[in-house]
Ligand binder design. Structure first.
Ligand code: SF4
Length: 359
C-alpha cells in the first residue's frame, strides 16, 4: 500500500561538476547528453563522416569513433574538422595511438586505464589532455578489472567495479587532472546499477551510463530502458549511450525515448496510442504507423494521442497537444483538449497531419 508515500513526478538529478567535450557540457546543470558511436572503419573518412552527419541529424550530440590502428588515428584530423558535433576517440591498449589521437584536434578521448595498465603513460596522456584542454572518459569495464580487485572480490562485482573507478578517479585527480567523466560497465544490468550507485554516492564526477552489449534492437532497447531507467530515476547519469547491435541512428532514437518517458528531455513527437481491444472499429496499427512515419523528422516537441475509442480518449485528449479519438470508421480530431471535427477513417491521417503542420 502506498498510503503516506509522496510520489514526486520530477526526477531530482545528482549534483555533478561540469565537464566540456568541445562545446557540449556534460554534468552541472546541463541536460542529459545523448551520445552514440560510429560502426564504420574510422580510416574510411567519407563513410564515417556520412554516418556522423546522419547521427547528428537524429539528435546525437557527441560521437565516439574507434581508433584501433594508427591509420584510424591519422584519419581523426579530417573527421574532427568536418564533424558537426564533438568527436571522442575510443582508445584501448595503446598509449601511442592515444598520443596520435591527441594531435588530431579531437574533443575527447575514452581510456580504460585498466587495459593500458601503465601509470606513467596514463599520467603523460593526462598531462597532454590538460595542455590541450581535451576531456577524458575514464572507462572501467568488468573485462579489464585489475588483478588485485579480482582477488579481493573474487569476481568483477558491482563493488569491485565501483572501487576500480574510484581508485582511478583518485589517480587522475592526484596528477592534477579533473576534466573527466566516468563510465562503469558491468556485464549485467544489476551489476551496472550497483556499481554506478556506489560511485555516484561518493563523488561529484559526471557519469556516462549505458548498458553495454545490450543486444539486438528489440531486446537491447528493453534491457537499456530497464537499466538506464532505474539509474536515471535515481538521478544518476549525465550522458547516455544506448548500445544496440543495429544502426546507431536507432541508438539515438531509443536514448531519446528513454529520456522522454522520464520527462528528462523532450525531442520530437511523442505518440500515445492504445494497444487496441475488442472495441476497436478502425485499423489503428496502420493509422499509428502512418502517422509515426510522417512525423519522424519533426523536431518540435508535440504529444499526439491516437486512441481506439472514447474510453480513454477524453483523458488523453486533455494531456495531448493533438489527437484522434476513433470510433466506428471515423474519429473526432481534437486539439488542445477541445474537439475540432469528425473525420472519416480514410481522411483522418491527412487531416491530423494538416492540423499539425499549422501548429
Ligand atoms: S482506447 Fe478503446 S479501443 Fe483502445 S484499448 Fe482502450 S478501450 Fe480498447
Amino acid at each position: 500500500m502506498l498510503t503516506g508515500m509522496k510520489l514526486n513526478n520530477q526526477i531530482k538529478r545528482r549534483k555533478t561538476r561540469p565537464v566540456f567535450v568541445g562545446n557540449v557540457q556534460i554534468g552541472g546543470d546541463a541536460p542529459i547528453v545523448v551520445q552514440s558511436m560510429t560502426d564504420t572503419k574510422t580510416h574510411d573518412i567519407e563513410t564515417t563522416l556520412n554516418q556522423i552527419n546522419k547521427l547528428a541529424q537524429a539528435g546525437c550530440e557527441i560521437i565516439r569513433v574507434a581508433a584501433p590502428t594508427e591509420k584510424d588515428a591519422q584519419a581523426l584530423k579530417e573527421i574532427v574538422k568536418n564533424s558537426p558535433i564533438p568527436v571522442i576517440a575510443d582508445i584501448h591498449f595503446s598509449p601511442r595511438i592515444a598520443f596520435l589521437a591527441l594531435e588530431s584536434g579531437i574533443h575527447g578521448i575514452r581510456l580504460n586505464p585498466g587495459n593500458i595498465n601503465d601509470e606513467g603513460k596514463i599520467k603523460e596522456i593526462l598531462q597532454e589532455c590538460k595542455r590541450k584542454n581535451i576531456a577524458v572518459r575514464l572507462g572501467v569495464n568488468s573485462g579489464s578489472l585489475e588483478e588485485k580487485l579480482l582477488e579481493k572480490y573474487g569476481f568483477p562485482s558491482g563493488e569491485a567495479l565501483a572501487e576500480s573507478a574510484l581508485n582511478w578517479s583518485e589517480f587522475f585527480e592526484k596528477v592534477g587532472f579533473t576534466n573527466f567523466k566516468v563510465s562503469i560497465k558491468g556485464s549485467d544490468v544489476l551489476q551496472n546499477i550497483q556499481a554506478n550507485k556506489i560511485f555516484a554516492e561518493k563523488t561529484d564526477i559526471p557519469l556516462h551510463i549505458g548498458i553495454t552489449e545490450a543486444g539486438p534492437a528489440g531486446r537491447g532497447s528493453v534491457k537499456s530502458a530497464v537499466g538506464l531507467g532505474i539509474l536515471l530515476y535515481m538521478g544518476i547519469g549525465d550522458t547516455i549511450r544506448v548500445s544496440l547491435t543495429a544502426d546507431p541512428v536507432e541508438e539515438v532514437e531509443v536514448a531519446y525515448q528513454i529520456l522522454q518517458s522520464l520527462g528528462l528531455r523532450r525531442k520530437g513527437v511523442e505518440i500515445i496510442s492504445c494497444p487496441t481491444c475488442g472495441r476497436i472499429e478502425v485499423n489503428l496499427p496502420e493509422i499509428v504507423s502512418k502517422v509515426e512515419e510522417k512525423l519522424k523528422n519533426v523536431d518540435k516537441p508535440l504529444k499526439v494521442a491516437i486512441m481506439g475509442c472514447v474510453v480513454n480518449a477524453i483523458g488523453e485528449a486533455k494531456e495531448a497537444d493533438i489527437g484522434l479519438a476513433c470510433g466506428n470508421k471515423s474519429a473526432i480530431l481534437f486539439k488542445n483538449g477541445q474537439p475540432l471535427k469528425r473525420v472519416s477513417e480514410e481522411e483522418m491521417v491527412d487531416e491530423l497531419l494538416k492540423e499539425i503542420e499549422g501548429m
